[in-house]
Ligand binder design. Sequence first.
Ligand SMILES: CC(C)(COP(=O)(O)OP(=O)(O)OC[C@H]1O[C@@H](n2cnc3c(N)ncnc32)[C@H](O)[C@@H]1OP(=O)(O)O)[C@@H](O)C(=O)NCCC(=O)NCCS
Length: 244
Amino acid sequence: MTPAAAPPRVLLLAHDLHSPGTEELAHTVSEVLAPAEREHVLRKRLAADRTRTLIGRWLARRAAARIVGAPWTTLCTGQRLGGQPYVVGRPQLSLSIAHSGRYALAAVALGARVGVDTEQVARVTRLPDDAFLGPGERAALHAVPQDEERRAALWVLKEAAAKLTGQGLRAGLRSIGFECPGTRFPLVARTPYAAAQFRAFRLPGGYVAAVGVSAGEPPRGPVFVTPTGPVPADRGTARPPSVK
Ligand SMILES: CC(C)(COP(=O)(O)OP(=O)(O)OC[C@H]1O[C@@H](n2cnc3c(N)ncnc32)[C@H](O)[C@@H]1OP(=O)(O)O)[C@@H](O)C(=O)NCCC(=O)NCCS
């Protein structure tokens, strides 16, 4: 008999909000949320933001459920003062959620802190350097031919780090300096701001995402999930493990 695979210590799940069935899924999730979670969702003014938040919470519960070996409908999430999300009654788990445009992501880690972020490259391109880059980062970027993906990767790395510590934007993105020596995605990155290892990777359709963990290896990319199960990642993203 083959032994069952050990549960992962870090799991990063993603959902493409353009995929069919997303609105129905969001509706189903809203029906099973705990009152405090539903209240959090209802605070979002735009319907599209409510959908993103619902899907983020669904991914969070699914990732946590996979790690602890419980049905996702039996877990629930909350947020600390300052906004950092957590899995209720599971202090050994760290949770991070991100959503932007086409994607929602959630990362859960067992016995380590985790942070995740995603953004459309074109949106970061419109931001001035001084909105988020420190002098060393600007110099490093200007030393190579214009690379908007790499520049956007710095944005998501910084936000992932700020979420990992729970400081959020209060950390000041310019003061979170990153070094990512490699040239190919997924980029491996570190920052003196947080004792953690980070990776930045591409998502299909002109997006980048980053994940950091305070112990162990960060995932090389997300596992894409649909209401009915995992789907293979598109080309250009790392091949994910499967999720039940
Ligand atoms: C955390 C923060 C960087 C999120 O950035 P964003 O680009 O707006 O949104 P993202 O989709 O990337 O992330 C949203 C998720 O971050 C998480 N989050 C919010 N505050 C967080 C914090 N302090 N630490 C970790 N995660 C946080 C939430 O889970 C949220 O998802 P949800 O609302 O669906 O639960 C930002 O909202 C923030 O710093 N908030 C803290 C409060 C603050 O400093 N406000 C000042 C605003 S000028």
